[in-house]
Design a protein around this ligand. Structure first.
Ligand code: GRF
Length: 198
């Protein structure tokens, strides 16, 4: 039996979820080692954070490749190089190539800052999500962790956590409350998935 599961985190932005996962892993709270942080933007703050933490990083930039197959093959070769068992998308703004989804079926997860299936899909990211939640007049939003399949935000839901919407919320105040819950829920769910993969 293995002691830890090798995790790759994919991101495009700030990477606060990545650091929340890294803290939980470092404290030994979850049986995970982050062996790779990958992104599609060289200057993403999350990649910088990984570099400071001496975690290997990789760039997956589709325009660098002549076709989808060679891009997917490269991604798979990097994932194999770092012996990746599980992939956590944490603010990753690109679709995962179908070949990679097939190779890692049920081992790629994503976090979404609302209660899917509502407020998800193409273009629903960042403040757009929280603005839509407020405009819909709902009193509860939340966080969803789900498996990644070939469609945006459509894979099987693993876990959700509720977050109240306050009458005076702006998209920004709501985003901050939701993000705090993301930082708790994501490491927790990844820990459980890792336990099952060990
Ligand atoms: C989070 O809100 C996550 O739900 C969404 O993208 C955001 C990433 O934030 N998928 P961060 O880069 O982890 O701070």
């Amino acid at each position: 039996m293995r002691i830890n599961v090798n995790l790759a985190v994919f991101l495009s932005g700030t990477g606060t979820n990545f650091t929340a996962i890294a803290e939980a892993a470092n404290e030994g709270g979850i049986p995970v080692i982050i062996t790779l942080v990958a992104g599609n933007k060289p200057d993403a703050a999350g990649l910088q954070k990984a570099r400071y933490m001496n975690i290997p990083t990789a760039l997956f930039m589709r325009p660098d490749f002549p076709d989808g197959k060679s891009f997917a093959d490269y991604m798979l070769s990097v994932l194999r190089k770092y012996d990746v068992d599980l992939i956590a998308l944490a603010g990753y703004m690109r679709k995962i190539p179908p070949r990679v989804i097939r190779a890692y079926r049920n081992r790629i997860v994503n976090i979404h800052p609302a209660l899917l299936p509502r407020f998800g899909g193409k273009g629903m990211y960042g403040m757009t999500v929280h603005r839509a939640v407020i405009e819909a007049g709902v009193t509860e939003t939340g966080v969803t962790v789900h498996y990644v399949d070939e469609e945006y935000d459509r894979g099987e839901i693993i876990e959700q956590r509720l977050v109240p919407v306050q009458p005076d919320d702006t998209p920004e105040t709501l985003a901050a409350r939701v993000l705090k819950v993301e930082h708790e829920l994501y490491p927790e769910v990844l820990g459980k998935l890792a336990e099952n993969l060990k």
